[in-house]
Write a protein that binds this ligand. Structure first.
Ligand code: COA
Length: 332
């Protein structure tokens, strides 16, 4: 029997309807459209404003979109992995909540917390359940409601983030399509540069942590920027080497969308043409675990069976890596 690989056989996405523009941010902090656009490439982001809604609701819509587009029954899903840093609650997991709300009657699930690399990690975890022959239909959803942890008094970070969710379906392939080589990395010494100071077991919520505004994402952007470029470039080179491929063999690079200048630098250092780099940061900002599936969703009509994609990401932890994907289907 041929060795099974885990093919991506469908993509879905969801952006909440409300939009936060650079002009809106100008009214909230000391910033301006010119600075944001030239330093980050971001023009607007979608934000979830509806009372009582959370990350799982973004994930639910992305999963429903995926099931509809791929003509898949919710009852056939074996497993849902949710990559997120903005879980609805500390526990239980958001994947379970998504599964329940969609009505995936037999699916089990769990969350993966690897910040902006969460989708990349989860894709590879999901692939293992398919490759082993254990399951036939695995959904990997990246969902984040970043507005719930962004400090709208901190102009250096609040301009970057948005809310959204994207999802892919993994199914077995006997033709070798899907997730191939991967290089996944982590370095805990990156913690001081990107983290949330309170809300976990180290500093449980208290009046003091709230008064100190410690429940927001804290970032030292300059350091993160340099490490992100380096991590994405080096892990991509390593994947290409493992697979015995060069950048000429690659149809598309799918980078995490944190800053357009990071994406430009990665493409430049890999000597890869920008026309084949997926970019949607101008519309959505950084949606953390959702950026990569939202790129796949936006570019789905341009992807052809057999295309080789490099997915690359970097995020808090630090976490980073790259994976090679051979696309399994032609435009719908
Ligand atoms: N509007 C206007 N000015 C701003 C500003 C804003 N929103 N934010 C910062 N500035 C100012 C700074 O105060 C600084 O002023 P100074 O020179 O008078 O001190 C100046 O702009 C430059 O700030 P700096 O931090 O050096 O800018 P930068 O070019 O590094 O851009 C980030 C800042 C955050 C956009 C950038 O570092 C970045 O994107 N980092 C990586 C973020 C990331 O990838 N995060 C997610 C990880 S996956």
């Amino acid at each position: 029997m041929a060795r099974l690989t885990a093919a991506i056989t469908g993509v879905g996405g969801y952006l909440p309807p409300d939009i936060l523009t650079n002009a809106d941010l100008e009214k909230m902090v000391d910033t301006n459209d010119e600075w944001i656009t030239s330093r980050t490439g971001i023009q607007e982001r979608h934000i979830l404003k509806e009372e009582g809604k959370a990350t799982s609701d973004l994930g639910v819509e992305a999963v429903k979109d995926l099931l509809k587009k791929s003509n898949t029954s919710k009852d056939d899903i074996d497993l849902i992995i949710c990559a997120t840093v903005t879980a609805d609650r500390v526990f239980p997991d958001t994947a379970n909540n998504i599964s329940y709300k969609v009505g995936c009657s037999k699916a089990f699930g769990f969350d993966v917390n690897a910040a902006c690399s969460g989708f990349l990690y989860s894709l590879n975890i999901g692939a293992k359940f398919i490759e082993s022959g254990t399951y036939q239909k695995v959904i990997v959803v990246g969902a984040d409601m970043m507005t719930s942890i962004v400090d709208y008094q901190d102009r250096t970070t609040c301009i970057l983030f948005g809310d959204g969710a994207g999802a892919v379906l993994l199914e077995p392939s006997e033709e070798g399509f899907g997730i191939k080589n991967a290089v996944l990395k982590a370095d805990g010494s990156g913690l001081p540069f990107l983290h949330m100071k309170a809300g976990g077991s180290l500093r449980p919520p208290s009046i003091e942590t709230i008064q100190n505004r410690e429940h927001y994402a804290y970032q030292e952007g300059k350091h993160v920027f340099k490490r992100a470029v380096n991590g994405m470039v080096e892990s991509t080179k390593e994947v290409l080497k493992q697979a015995n491929l060069s950048t000429e063999d690659i149809s598309w690079v799918v980078p995490h969308q944190a800053n357009k200048r990071i994406i430009d630098s990665v493409a430049h250092m890999l000597d890869f043409p920008m026309e084949r780099v997926m970019v949607n940061i101008h519309k959505y900002g950084n949606t953390t675990a959702a950026t990569i599936p939202l790129c796949l969703n936006d570019y789905e009509n341009q992807l052809k069976k057999g295309d080789k994609l490099i997915i690359t990401a970097f995020g808090g932890g630090f976490t980073w890596g790259s994976t090679l994907v051979e696309w399994a289907y032609d435009p719908l």
